[in-house]
Design a binder for this molecule. Structure first.
Ligand SMILES: [Zn+2]
Ligand SMILES: [Zn+2]
Length: 535
């Protein structure tokens, strides 16, 4: 049995593991690579996945870093089944199309710019049509059901407690006399998360492929999210102002609605304060949650038994059209507005911030991670003024940050989950995490449990043999990732083509500009010579 790491190796995104057993190939996840340009370039190298030879895909969950390359896989010849749970499939019908629209818009924007500089046009990573072509390949599986996608290969999806329908995958390869058991953790949820179950307990595995997103830390200030939300609501309600909550459309938005319902149920939410969900994607995703109530946790099931629905109560309104969204800007009196994107860098939320950030008494409540450079990050970092739609807006609203909504287990929770494994000589591969975080977690796993741990490289291939322990690769504490020279050279060749194109255009320009370009090129050439001599 062989495993090739196509992504999620020393990085969080691009999860895809190609498994080969007795000459048959299949993949666990097929995620989009997101991050810097070097990482995102991997999205274009779909041929290295050998799509035609992949017989089926086992899909852990709907997040794009696990599913976002499926349309490309299909475009390049994959035509097998994509096995996943019903909610994952329903969410992906929305998310893959959404992802395609983003790709199309980005390509359009780049092409406008390229046109100005006379450069070649780019194509989107995939189109909406290509995303749609993926949908018919989905095959529904239930948790705990045994699936036999190949003779001698058994698969079981288990609840990962991460987002609706998210799974861990247990896999038994019984083709040899000696059965081999693999576990892919998928993304492991935070045990105290609202709505979803706790992550399933698994006790046996010969080889465990485990996520390590928060391998280096526990969640900071994992406080009482309800109390914190209540504070913001009371503050703005008393002042007749709005509470603006930027939230990702899938999962986070529903958790917020659910939290508001819990406050409402306990008489902690003003009866005359409306709640608006203003994001078409969030509205559609909420429907998926309501259609798959059997995937929700016991606490939610209890509420449902009472004939109530935590995602559907009188004060809750959904606005879909642009007109409905715009009407919220002139709405008088206190209200809660939940809108996307979660980092406030795009989407309708920017309009709501423009209309409320400057208002004394309004509240802005951040409920998710805010990446460097985003509008959300600037606001939580205490900016006095921010720039939205070519306008400077002063920040007078009260800013709240609630950290207890993460959908990932923190370090201690990852170790707790791991503590249930009873198999001696289990080999752990840490995936889905930054290398430095993985190193920290690897050290703790070795020390606490004595399991062998390795951290695979991007495109590394390992061979697993039944009944035979794998040679463990120990990485030195401060090892730097190996340089992917093929990538570096490919990148330079692509740039060389661009330089040639620019040179042709520059030949029509004044002599001074030409000389300047020549000097810069000579300088670059000197640097390249230095690097080459070091290799
Ligand atoms: Zn995820
Ligand atoms: Zn993930």
């Amino acid at each position: 049995m062989k495993i090739k790491f196509m992504g999620g190796a020393k990085t969080v995104t691009g999860s895809c593991f190609i498994v080969e057993t007795k000459g048959r190939r299949f993949a666990v996840d097929c995620g989009m690579h997101q991050g810097n340009a070097e990482v995102e370039r991997r999205n274009w190298d779909i041929e290295s996945y050998d799509p035609e030879k992949i017989e089926f895909v086992l899909l852990t969950h709907a997040h794009i870093d696990h599913s976002g390359l499926l349309p490309r896989l299909v475009k390049y010849g994959f035509h097998g089944a994509i096995y996943s749970t019903a909610p994952t499939i329903a969410l992906l019908k929305l998310l893959l199309l959404d992802s395609a629209h983003i790709q199309e818009m980005e390509a359009q924007w780049k092409n406008k710019k390229h046109l100005r500089f006379g450069e070649t046009q780019v194509k989107p990573l995939y189109t909406a049509k290509e995303a749609e072509a993926t949908i018919p390949l989905f095959r529904e599986v239930s948790y705990e059901q045994i699936l036999t996608p190949l003779p001698g290969l058994e698969v079981k999806f288990r609840d990962a407690g991460h987002i609706l329908g998210a799974s861990m995958i247990e896999l038994w390869d019984k083709q040899n006399g000696y059965p081999l058991k693999l576990v892919f953790s998928g993304d492991i949820g935070r045990p105290a998360q609202l709505m979803v179950q706790e992550p399933s307990v698994i006790e046996e595995a010969d080889y465990l492929f485990m996520e390590a997103t928060y391998g280096d830390r526990d969640h900071k200030n994992e406080g009482d999210s309800l109390q914190e939300l209540e504070e913001a609501i009371t503050f703005s309600y008393r002042r007749g102002e709005k509470v603006i909550i930027p939230a990702f459309a899938v999962e986070r938005t529903q958790e917020i609605i659910y939290s508001l319902y819990l406050l409402f149920k306990n008489g902690r939410f003003p009866k005359d304060m409306p709640i608006y969900v203003d994001s078409p994607l969030a509205v559609e995703a909420t429907k998926v949650f309501m259609e798959h109530v059997d995937y929700l946790d016991e606490e939610t099931q209890e509420i449902l038994k009472d004939g109530k629905h935590p995602l559907d109560f009188p004060q809750l309104h959904f606005s879909q059209t642009t007109q409905e969204s715009m009407a919220l800007n002139t709405l008088a009196g206190p209200a809660v507005i939940i809108s996307a994107s979660g980092m406030a860098n795009a989407g309708r939320i920017k309009h709501h911030l423009r209309h409320n950030l400057w208002r004394d008494g309004a509240s802005i409540v951040f409920v998710g991670f805010q990446a460097q450079g985003t509008l959300g990050r600037k606001i939580i970092d205490g900016a006095q003024k921010v720039h939205i739609f070519n306008e400077d807006i002063v920040v007078k609203a009260k800013v709240y940050t609630i950290n207890s909504f993460s959908a990932h287990a923190g370090q201690g929770q990852l170790l707790d989950w791991l503590s249930h494994f009873r198999t001696k000589n289990m080999q752990v591969f840490l995936i889905h995490g930054e290398f430095k975080n993985q190193q920290i977690l690897a050290g703790m796993i070795r020390e606490k449990f004595g399991f062998a741990v390795s951290i695979p490289e991007y495109l590394e291939e390992i061979t697993l043999r039944a009944g035979q322990k794998l040679k463990v690769v120990e990485y030195p504490e401060k090892a730097t990732p190996r340089i992917d020279w093929n990538y570096v050279i490919g990148d330079m060749e692509a740039k060389l083509v661009q330089i040639r194109e620019r040179k042709t255009r520059l030949e029509k320009k004044p002599w001074l500009e030409q000389t300047e370009l020549r000097d810069r090129l000579l300088e670059i050439n000197r640097h390249i010579a230095e690097i080459v001599s070091e290799v």
